[in-house]
Design a protein around this ligand. Structure first.
Ligand code: GMT
Length: 377
């Protein structure tokens, strides 16, 4: 197949899922064309089956707000025609689904019928999508897509609850590539972070409000009151400065390292013992799955789709959003019981294997075939 993938080029979240999906499709000899405003973060190598088309926006002085959606739509029309794409798979509703639906309508006038597969990732529904500013366009774009998928059952239910959706939604969970995400031997790195073999706790995110990174800092503060430990904060975003300040106020700085954005997250996760995910909302929690693939159990909230990934009492523990005391208590329960921690590490890997890309990729390919069949009828 000749597949167009539209995504955000950023580290983490929907951009990573889209890029990893495209790479896996390319390995199976499909041609994959990425269309975005910047080279996707994990697309930094050459493959004969991978292509990148950059969306350029005119800087005309009239445009206080550069019309990205219009530029993207035009680019899609151009790439579909010139590269003879079979389908468009767009990740994140705004503005990717709406641009693809408009491109589809323009192409129909040119005698080209291109199916659009839209994957909803979370905040496009749970935060921004519900906003009145976007809601009518999001609803229309979902209903006009040929196939719609969500990354969890929870996100599917939330989409039906908040939007007037007339289409079936297929759940295709996020996935992990075990060729990359597997525990690696990094003893020297572990020793550098934790010289006295203190347990290492990690948090990865884009440090947006929804992640509640202040809860991570408080939980870690409570752990330190009871026993030694180290905390690695991976990623960057608007709440990082507040988290650093809080670490000073809680007097935990000597045991916390803010690592910023990291390429080789799997190497860092490989030396960790516990992962904290305190999000207020999380449609899936890919960061938790990546940790689990590296044999790291998860202390998390029970928001959104997280319980579909992190299993209570098996791969970690879950508490209500904001229950800092409870999450600290659970973390200590695991850290203070080496046998239980070892069992949970084993369970985490086992559960992560259910999301192996080898099992998830065929689900997307089936949906692509369905979309192609539907336009031939
Ligand atoms: O987590 C974020 O803020 C980024 C966001 C995105 O769209 O890039 O992530 C969402 O998509 C990920 C991939 O499907 C999911 O694993 C995340 O749970 C989801 N984030 C939220 O729902 C907050």
């Amino acid at each position: 197949m000749n597949i167009g993938i539209v995504c955000y080029p950023t580290f983490g979240g929907s951009g990573v899922v889209a890029t990893e999906l495209g790479k896996a499709l390319a390995r199976q000899n499909h041609k994959v064309h990425f269309i975005s405003y910047q080279q996707p973060a994990r697309l930094d190598f050459f493959s004969e089956n991978l292509f990148y088309h950059e969306v350029m926006i005119s800087k005309y002085p009239l445009f206080d707000f550069p019309p990205y959606e219009t530029a993207l739509t035009s680019k899609l029309v151009d790439v579909v025609q010139f590269e003879k794409l079979d389908l468009l798979h767009v990740h994140y509703a705004i503005p990717h689904a709406s641009a693809a639906v408009l491109a589809k309508q323009i192409l129909r006038q040119k005698g080209i019928n291109i199916p659009v597969i839209t994957t909803l990732h979370g905040t496009d529904i749970t935060l921004v999508g519900k906003d009145k500013t976007f809601e009518p366009v999001v609803t229309y774009s979902i209903n006009e897509s040929d196939i719609v998928t969500t990354v969890s059952q929870s996100l599917k239910e939330e989409t039906y609850e908040h939007f007037a959706i007339t289409k079936d939604i297929a759940v295709v969970p996020n996935f992990i590539d075990f060729e990359r995400f597997a525990k690696k031997k990094k003893d020297h790195f572990r020793k550098a972070i934790s010289p006295f073999d203190e347990p290492i706790i990690a948090h990865t995110s884009n440090f947006r409000k929804v992640k509640r990174v202040e809860d991570v800092m408080h939980i870690f503060g409570k752990i330190l009151e009871t026993r030694p430990a180290k905390l690695l904060m991976i990623g960057d975003g608007p709440e990082r400065a507040n988290a650093e300040q809080l670490s000073r106020e809680l007097n935990t700085c000597d045991h916390v390292r803010f690592l910023g954005k990291q390429e080789a997250i799997e190497e860092i996760l490989s030396v960790c013992d516990l992962f904290l995910l305190t999000s207020e909302n999380e449609s899936f929690g890919l960061a938790a799955l990546e940790a689990m693939a590296c044999e790291v159990p998860v202390i998390s909230t029970n928001a959104g789709g997280i319980p579909e990934v992190n299993i209570q009492g098996v791969t970690g523990f879950l508490r209500n959003v904001g229950d800092v005391e409870g999450m600290a208590e659970d973390a200590l329960k695991l850290l203070n019981d080496p046998a239980m921690l070892k069992q949970f590490k084993h369970n985490a890997l086992k559960q992560a294997r259910n999301f192996d890309i080898i099992n998830i990729l065929p689900q997307y390919i089936d949906l692509y075939n369905q979309a192609l069949e539907s336009i031939q009828i």
